[in-house]
Write a protein that binds this ligand. Sequence first.
Ligand code: SF4
Ligand code: SF4
Length: 284
Amino acid sequence: MRLAVASGKGGTGKTLVATNLAWSLAARRAGVAYVDADVEAPNGHLFFQPDFTWIERHGVPVPTLDGAHCAGCGECASACQFGAIVSGPDAVTVYPDLCHACGVCLRACPEASLREVVRETGTLRRGHVGRMGFVDGTLDPGEARSAPLIQATVALGGEANLAVLDAPPGTSCAAVAAVEDADLVILVCEPTPFGLHDLELSLQMCATLGLEAAAVINRSDLGDSQVRSLLARERVPVLAEVPFDPEIAAACASGMLASAQVPGFASTVEAVADQLLARCGGRQ
Ligand code: SF4
Ligand code: SF4
């Protein structure tokens, strides 16, 4: 079972919900893991300070000529949809940052001149916090393509019975890579015009991918009611509303789980965990 916690934009409280929800679920059931797939800015480890048991570099395959004979026919360049390989009279130039590691150019080459080499793009880590599993991925600085590392991070977390995925914000390739196989996407949103706009995009993403969605409204006592109207119209259940509370912000800023510091928030998270476990039980 994969629960993806996502949001249309950064700063809505996605990691707040993901970390506290994972912790609450782990207190109730064995086999729970928190999976930080927000690889461009992973910060779940700051709240959990996990004991890491496995760390490995992650890479993607990119083509290289590496001294092989090249007829300069240009078939590889014509086949590449991303402009990542350019052919000259007797050699090719590969632009690794543009390469999507699809392998099409290798199959297109009539001379079998190309082979793949691994280009490292980030780091994967696995560990635990008490009995809760912990996985995260960290993209190397300057690396443009995050999706392969996100998919590897999610796959690593898939070894848990119940994985809570902290997805990247937005609705681009990175967010899609994190949520595409989720059983439920929990959209953290806020009741503001910006929040409404980004929630609309997130709901479109879920609909396009055929994913079930639910919502948590953060800072729910600020703003207006348009977000609630949209969720009602789209028949998206609201799992919880979290009113603005400076103590929650203070706990987060101190690197502490807010549910351990703010009793009202802890009750809210526990209620969400109970709802989700009831759904999981129904699927077993
Ligand atoms: S592997 Fe795919 S994206 Fe990369 S250079 Fe070859 S065809 Fe282009
Ligand atoms: S398809 Fe093969 S032989 Fe032709 S330009 Fe590319 S690498 Fe060279």
